[in-house]
Write a protein that binds this ligand. Structure first.
Ligand code: GSH
Length: 224
């Protein structure tokens, strides 16, 4: 009953699933597809997921192709160390934070990192509409960081004292910003995003805690 996760290295939604499996202490294997070769848009992968997106989880003849669906299924299939809370109120809280991160944190990061990391665009001239769009995304990111920082004032993880689906969803997004600071320091500095660990010390401590969990290193994108 091997669990296999298909992903693309660095894809945040694939990373969510690897983190969920890690939080639950489950064994799995990862099959990375080469997005640059279009492997996620060609056979045999399209047989598993006609949408050509990752992640996809396969266990024997069972196939599931949505990150949140997979996290929820993992809790039903493997109830130990629940990702969606141990009590009714914890479950509500985990879902709320998870979906807020999917909506708001993900949107801010995507608006920033799609041009910077994925398309490799240069910093637009100050005062142009393009630059304004990047600055707006940076402001939205700061707003979401403040939200996470406030949550982490109450608990060591986003929803409670143990890692949950909320952490699995938020961590890849925040970690990708750190990656952008490492690889595009000038752009990130111009956008005021270079010293977020100093600005948000609780998020910095939370990232360290997650990075120290057993099995975390196997979730890291290849070549990082
Ligand atoms: N709702 C899906 C969305 C999956 C998704 O869009 N994944 C991205 C990677 S993070 C992808 O595969 N993008 C390639 C594409 O859309 O062609 C989920 O959360 O699993």
């Amino acid at each position: 009953m091997t669990i296999t996760v298909y992903s693309v290295s660095g894809a945040p939604r694939g990373w969510r699933v690897l983190l969920g499996l890690t939080f639950k202490g489950l064994n799995y294997e990862t099959k990375y597809l080469e997005a640059s070769k279009g492997e996620h848009k060609s056979e045999p992968f399209l047989t598993l997921n006609p949408r050509g997106t990752v992640p996809v989880l396969v266990q024997d003849d069972f196939i599931l192709r949505d990150s949140l669906g997979i996290l929820a299924w993992l809790d039903s299939a493997y109830p130990e160390k629940p990702l969606f809370g141990r009590t009714l109120s914890e479950t509500a809280n985990v879902w709320q934070i998870t979906l807020e991160c999917c909506d708001y944190l993900r949107a801010a990061i995507n608006d920033l990192l799609a041009p910077i990391l994925v398309r490799g665009e240069a910093l637009p001239e100050a005062g142009t509409p393009e630059r304004l769009a990047w600055e707006t995304a940076a402001a939205a990111y700061h707003k979401e960081c403040n939200y996470l920082e406030n949550l982490l004032a109450k608990n060591p993880f986003l929803a409670s004292d143990v890692p949950s689906a909320a952490d699995a969803v938020a961590f890849p997004e925040v970690r990708l910003i750190e990656r952008a600071v490492d690889t595009k320091p000038d752009i990130m500095k111009a956008l005021g995003l270079h010293d977020t660990d100093d600005t948000y010390p609780r998020i910095a401590a939370w990232k360290k805690q997650i990075s120290a969990l057993p099995g975390f290193d196997s979730t890291l994108p290849r070549h990082w």
